[in-house]
Design a protein around this ligand. Sequence first.
Ligand SMILES: Nc1ncnc2c1ncn2[C@@H]1O[C@H](COP(=O)(O)OP(=O)(O)OP(=O)(O)O)[C@@H](O)[C@H]1O
Ligand SMILES: [Mg+2]
Length: 410
Amino acid sequence: MEREAVLVGIDVGTSKVCVLIGEVGRDGSLTIVGKGSVPASGLKKAVVVNIDQTVRSISGAVDHSERLSGWAIDRAFVGVGGQHVESQNSRGAVAVSGHQREVTREDINRAMEVARAVSIPSNREVLHVLPRGFIVDGQEGVKDPLGMSAVRLEIETHIVTASATAVRNLAKCVQAANVKIDELVASSLASAEAVLSETERDLGVAVADIGAGTIDLALFLDGSPFKTSVLPVGGNNVTNDVAIGLKTSLQVAEDLKIQHGSCDLSTVAGDEQISVAMLGEAAGRTVSRLEVCRIIEARMRETFEMLRAEIRSAGDGILPAGLVLTGGASQLAGAAALGREILDMPVRVAGPTGIVGLTDNIMNPAYSTAIGLLFWGAKGLESGEASHFESAPAHGLPARVRDALRNLFP
Ligand SMILES: Nc1ncnc2c1ncn2[C@@H]1O[C@H](COP(=O)(O)OP(=O)(O)OP(=O)(O)O)[C@@H](O)[C@H]1O
Ligand SMILES: [Mg+2]
């Protein structure tokens, strides 16, 4: 395979830091050539709360991936999560400038600038200004206006912002691990790249990446995101409830959840018993599996109700392709069934697809963000002049360098 670029994705999650090195082929294929995943410490609900611990976690994952691949990582696409990630939609209009009145790239950039000029508080960092569509002389639904004859060009954009301090702390940790930042990418938009089909995005779909501490959510319509947000709940809440409800350690609760848990109570027999090795108890006791699953179901029900409220607030019945669940906690048995019941829309659980190479252990919903970061980077290469790179983060963070070949040095 002829290689076009080598890209790196770093997902700094609440429970793990994952570094992936991927080769993008000229044919657009993505081959994983290096990976490192280590348990994370120093983060709370996807926000850095301890710099030293976070730097150590990132360095650990970077080291693993470098040793495995023989590459030295210079720069990476980095996911941004946490409840501080928010979005808004904004329009910008300009008069088409040239003598011929033909829309040029410059007109599009000017329209983007106008849309971007909405008042964004100084404590917010703009992560993305994504074009959603154009209105050319009143004609809506134009996807690519370049070269069209027109007098007035209007752009609709989706703007994703994040807390400037949270972003700065994350950037600081990545840089302290000796990695420069190609681009900061909202985690939900990265996960979307790994699990959504183009058809789903065109029809209208939601993706929810349920992690340990947060749910990264993005809603798509006509091929582009129109709402990006993060809910402050995740698999850890489920584990905590089990630990409290059954008076076990968190580790025992986590094992119970993963090995025996389900949120589809119709599949759990009333008389099933699980023997649990209790902390500080020599002889294991038994617990009722139904009791475990009732606790899990209650929390998951509440979680899906939160998702429902968030999705409905953006508009009712506008997502015919339904909800795609990913993230580590989406693997809970019965999650899709409960989601369908509560949200009353199609729900599927998905892991990343479309990659080759060192795929062992990463074709799993927990790695959607990390893999999606590579797809995001690859998409930027493909489109060359991709506008989302023109809106690379401001405030002194490194802007996207187009020559991705120089991302790494062997
Ligand atoms: N088989 C499984 N069944 C149920 N839950 C699981 C399973 N495997 C992992 N989990 C849960 O997934 C969560 C971790 O998911 P993930 O790795 O996506 O989180 P993260 O990216 O580190 O966190 P966040 O995105 O919130 O920052 C944990 O809460 C874990 O209990
Ligand atoms: Mg995550």
